[in-house]
Design a protein around this ligand. Structure first.
Ligand code: 13P
Ligand code: SF4
Length: 305
């Protein structure tokens, strides 16, 4: 079957199943193309919470589909590739978080949505890359435990200096390996291009950035900024929509290493198979779900940066 036939079959089956196809901004081009909704982690969570469809096909990684299952328990949430995980989310377990909390009694736990449901259930509030600073500012607390991303944690610490931020030592392997030299080289070769970076990058990389934001924030920035060239500090999947929305502009990826293997696992064949079999389904046990939902609901009540 060629790509066009696959896309046709997926669209037809999605209608029959009353399914919403969602894709994260890092998914393969063709997967983003068939999705009804594409977006960053926060936007996708919000759409999952409000859709009236019976089924959500989440083209992304495991924690994202889990968030959809937490927010919309009455829906069937499908993750086309159950092996699409997030190494950063797996860098802290619920047991480790309990131990971390015991070492810092009274601190408020702010958990990046890139985390398991069990870790969210042990947290006070969640955040995403698009609302992290506002979430931290909104809290009536002097000491924050930031898990699992040390880079997002340090970014928050810089912008919310009135609070003490103690960061877990997790990181995104894709963003963390972006080298300062590569960014400096891109800036030298394209001095007129603003450098826009995701807060999962290291503080040394963020210090070179003209703008720091979530993946969806990058679409907004590159669309509204008059510059004709941009250096992009995040996963390469974002380029598809950036180029589509701004055909006259140029986007430079400073490193070939900016690729998340987990985000690239899902193919059109996987999406079709999952709609045919209605598997793999993501289910979160009710006790964990209720506690994790409180952390997500508190986050959703905070406005975006
Ligand atoms: P956002 O899309 O929320 O910016 O998150 C980036 C990411 O790494 C998701 O895995
Ligand atoms: Fe996880 Fe990084 Fe991949 Fe996002 S890009 S899913 S944070 S490993």
């Amino acid at each position: 079957m060629d790509q066009e036939q696959l896309k046709q079959q997926i669209k037809q089956l999605a209608v029959e199943r009353n399914a919403l196809l969602m894709a994260h901004n890092y998914q393969r081009d063709e997967v983003q193309e068939i999705a009804e909704i594409t977006g960053d982690s926060l936007a996708l969570s919000m759409e999952a919470a409000k859709t009236d469809k019976d089924v959500i096909v989440f083209c992304g990684v495991h924690f994202m589909a889990e968030s959809a299952a937490i927010l919309a328990p009455e829906k069937t949430v499908l993750l086309p590739r159950v092996d699409a995980g997030c190494p950063m989310a797996d860098m802290i377990t619920a047991d480790q978080l309990r131990q971390f909390k015991a070492e810092h009694p009274g601190a408020t736990v702010v958990t990046y949505v890139n985390s398991t449901a069990a870790v969210k259930a042990e947290s006070d509030i969640c955040c995403t890359s698009s609302n992290a600073v506002n979430v931290a500012r909104s809290l009536n607390a002097d000491q924050l435990l930031m898990v699992p991303d040390r880079n997002l944690g340090r970014y928050i610490a810089k912008h919310v200096p009135e609070k003490e931020c103690i960061c877990w030592d997790g990181y995104c392997p894709t963003h963390d390996r972006l080298e300062v030299e590569k960014v400096k080289q891109a800036k030298t070769e394209h001095p007129e291009a603003p450098f826009v970076a995701h807060p999962e990058c290291t503080p040394e990389i963020l210090a070179l950035a003209d703008h720091i934001c979530s993946t969806s924030g990058m679409y907004e920035y590159c669309r509204t900024n008059p510059a004709q060239k941009f250096i992009i500090g995040t996963e390469m999947g974002i380029l598809w929509r950036l180029k589509k929305e701004n055909p006259q502009k140029e986007f430079i990826l400073p490193s070939k290493a900016l690729i998340c293997p987990n985000m690239k696992l899902t193919t059109l064949e996987d999406v079709l198979k999952c709609l045919q079999t209605m598997k793999p389904r993501i289910i979160v046990d009710e006790a964990t779900r209720e506690k994790a939902k409180l952390s997500l609901d508190r986050m959703l009540a905070v406005p975006r940066d």
